[in-house]
Write a protein that binds this ligand. Structure first.
Ligand code: PLP
Length: 225
C-alpha cells in the first residue's frame, strides 16, 4: 500500500482518538520512523505530506540527511552513545533519548545552540528498555541547570509490548503526570510541554492519553528488512 494511503488511515485514527479525548488533532505531531526503510520510502512519506522524520542510529540519520537535508524536521529517537553525539548534533532538531547526565554534558558542549531534548523515561520498569527511572527524573532535570545548550522540551517513553490496554494507559498516564511535575518546576530551560509516546501498535491510546508526538514506523512506511 502507498504511504499516502496509510497516512490518511493513520490521520483518521488520530482524529478519532482526539475526538474521544476532546483534544485538537493539531496538538499531535506525527513522526514517521524511517529506520527500517530506504531513503526513497522516506521521500515518498515527505511527498505524502509527512514533515517529521525519526531515526534511531547515527548512520541511518546521516545517510538520509545526505539526500534530504533540511526538508524534514529530524528526530533522533534511539539510544545515543556519548561518542556519537558529534556526528548528529548539527543535523538533528530533537533528541528524544536523553537519559543520563554525561550525555547531556556532551550535547551541551558540542552544540552551538540550545538543543531540544526529551528525557527518555523507563516508565514500565522493564529491564530491557532504555531510559531513566521515573523517580530519577526531577533530580536529573535540576542537575541540568548549568548546561546552557540543553532545552528540555518534554518526556519520551516506549510502552511495554503488550495489547493489554490497561497496562498501556497506566504507562502513558504516568509519563503525563511526570511531565506535569517537571513543568511545575518552572525552569526556563525545561518548559517540558511535549509527550513523545505511542508507536504503530499503541498510538491511538497514547493520543487519548495526551501524546503530543507519536513515532510511527511500520504502520506508516512499512519495514523493508
Ligand atoms: C522503531 C521505533 C519506533 C517505531 O516503531 P513501530 O512499531 O515500527 O511504529 C518508535 N520509537 C522508537 C524509539 C523506535 O525505536
Amino acid at each position: 500500500m502507498k504511504v499516502a494511503v496509510k497516512l490518511e488511515v493513520i490521520k483518521q485514527q488520530i482524529n478519532e482518538a482526539c475526538q474521544k479525548a476532546n483534544r485538537n488533532p493539531e496538538e499531535v505531531r506525527l513522526i514517521a520512523v524511517t529506520k527500517y526503510v530506504s531513503v526513497e520510502r522516506a521521500m515518498e512519506a515527505l511527498e505524502a505530506g509527512v514533515t517529521n522524520l525519526g531515526e534511531n542510529r547515527d548512520e541511518g540519520l546521516l545517510a538520509k540527511w545526505e539526500i534530504l537535508q533540511d526538508k524534514p524536521v529530524w528526530h533522533f529517537i534511539g539510544s545515543l552513545q556519548t561518542r556519537k553525539v558529534k556526528n548528529i548534533i548539527n543535523i538533528v532538531d530533537y533528541i528524544h533519548s536523553l537519559d543520563r547526565l554525561s550525555l547531556a554534558e556532551e550535547i551541551s558542549k558540542r552544540a552551538g545552540k540550545p538543543i531540544k531534548c526529551l528525557i527518555q523515561v523507563n516508565v514500565s520498569g522493564e529491564e530491557s528498555k532504555h531510559g531513566m527511572e521515573a523517580d530519577e527524573v526531577l533530580t536529573f532535570v535540576k542537575q541540568l541547570s548549568g548546561l546552557e545548550n540543553i532545552q528540555i522540551e518534554g518526556l519520551m517513553t516506549m510502552a511495554p509490548l503488550t495489547s493489554d490496554e490497561g497496562v498501556l494507559r497506566r504507562c502513558f498516564r504516568q509519563l503525563k503526570e511526570l511531565r506535569d511535575e517537571v513543568q511545575a518546576l518552572h525552569l526556563a530551560y525545561a518548559p517540558c510541554k511535549e509527550l513523545s509516546m505511542g508507536m504503530s501498535n499503541d498510538f491511538s491510546i497514547a493520543v487519548e492519553e495526551g501524546a503530543t508526538m507519536i513515532r510511527i514506523g511500520t504502520a506508516l512506511v512499512g519495514d523493508e528488512n
